[in-house]
Design a protein around this ligand. Structure first.
Ligand SMILES: *Cc1c(COP(=O)(O)O)cnc(C)c1O
Length: 393
């Protein structure tokens, strides 16, 4: 073989001899996969035998991450997606494909999610109505009235951390022939598994807790067997795939998910109880707080003392400028709009996640200018508290 040819072919496509196996999944960058014979490739493409063919349909690195997330969520299917929003889009299309094009959505919902429903799915014929997902009677009435194809909720809402009765909402959805789609980003599969509570489809922004290190944009859709074929064929056609490099990083991050979340939840308890005792703090929102409005639901659905690691709070009588001043004084806690990372992050919902809403709409949702949201990290709780103390001081 001439050098020119060798430069193209050498080194690639060497079989793993069987004498060793990589301990962690390597990053497969190849977009297509060749087989000894066309007959084998034909059987792979026909899904008679398992194997990669073309990366939009999966590859060994992507498959490994999907298997991991699917297993953690207890699902029958998983698609790793390029972002949480790509995952949500796939989930909604999959659920609405052969159902009434109507979505009943929790009114406390991620800003971009509301945006997708109103400005993208709306104009192509999907009607959305909103409901207080923590008011079961209101959910039932809204289902009767709008006969939705999908009910959409978050396990823990952002930024006021409300928790709906997911198992009961799943039953209402089933009764009405609708699919319950759950954005479970804030809960991770460790705290609560929506499919076990009879939700149909779960999505995650893997950007947050799953990857956990602030260096990956990704998402995942997980479903019960009922939706697997539809979602798979949609994913293969639309191509919202996560790149193998991001899959590798997510998988690497997920190896420590359990220790991170355990530590983050424990830290969040300490930070929330410290904040509650501060005279400058008007109110603390935390899922582990016994006076939380959804405390009985949380106690029923979440493991004890592991109810999430997000803590929101309001500064007493503080203007936006005073809140900014407090946030500017933070030294270790990072000002950032994401969450779920190893670092503690502070964000101001009114200018970030809920920026697109009118002040009146924000007021209706209870998101005021004096509200700060913390995503608690894995640092020593004392250091997080010290930083908050000096910034409050
Ligand atoms: C961040 C986030 C999303 C969007 O995920 P991306 O990875 O940014 O596309 C969706 N839902 C929730 C609850 C989020 O926090």
């Amino acid at each position: 073989m001439k050098r020119e040819s060798k430069a193209v072919h050498w080194g690639d496509r060497r079989r793993i001899s069987g004498s060793f196996t990589p301990v962690t999944t390597p990053i497969y960058t190849a977009t297509s996969y060749s087989y000894d014979s066309m007959e084998t490739l034909d059987r792979v493409l026909g899904r008679e035998i398992e194997g990669p063919s073309y990366t939009r349909y999966g590859n060994p690195t992507i498959d490994a991450l999907e298997e991991l997330i699917r297993e953690l969520e207890g699902g029958a299917f998983c698609a790793a997606c390029s972002s949480g929003m790509a995952a949500l889009h796939l989930a909604l299309l999959g659920a609405l494909l052969d159902r009434p094009r109507r979505v009943l959505c929790a009114d406390a919902i991620y800003g971009s999610t509301a945006n997708m429903l109103m400005t993208i799915l709306g104009p192509i014929g999907v009607e959305t109505s909103f409901v207080d997902i923590c008011d079961l009677a209101a959910v039932e009435a809204a289902v009767q009235e709008s006969k939705p194809g999908v009910i959409l909720m978050e396990t823990i809402s952002n930024p006021l951390l409300r928790v709906g009765e997911m198992d009961k909402i799943a039953a209402i959805a089933r009764e009405a022939g609708a699919v319950l789609v759950v954005d479970s980003t804030f809960a991770t599969p460790l705290l609560l598994r929506p499919l076990e509570l009879a939700a149909g489809i779960v999505i995650h922004s893997a950007t947050k807790y799953l990857a956990g290190h602030g260096d990956v944009l990704g998402g995942a859709v997980i479903s019960s067997a009922e939706h697997a074929d539809t979602l798979r064929s949609l994913a293969h056609t639309l191509g919202p795939v996560m790149s193998p490099f991001e899959c590798y990083l997510t998988m690497r991050g997920m190896k420590t998910l359990a220790v991170r979340v355990e530590r983050q939840c424990a830290n969040a308890c300490k930070v929330a109880s410290w904040l509650s005792a501060q005279p400058r703090v008007e109110r603390v929102y935390f899922t582990g707080d016994p006076s939380h409005p959804d405390f009985t639901t949380i106690a029923r659905l979440f493991p004890k003392n592991q109810t999430g690691a997000m803590v929101s709070f309001e500064l007493k009588d503080a203007s936006r400028e005073e809140v900014f001043h407090f946030m500017d004084k933070l030294q270790m806690v990072v000002r950032g709009t994401s969450l779920g990372d190893v670092q503690t992050l502070a964000s101001h919902p009114a200018i970030s996640s809920h920026r697109e809403l009118t002040p009146k709409h924000r007021e209706r949702l209870g998101i005021r200018d004096n509200l700060i949201r913390l995503s608690i990290g894995i640092e020593a709780a004392e250091d997080i508290i010290d930083d908050l103390r000096q910034a409050l001081g």
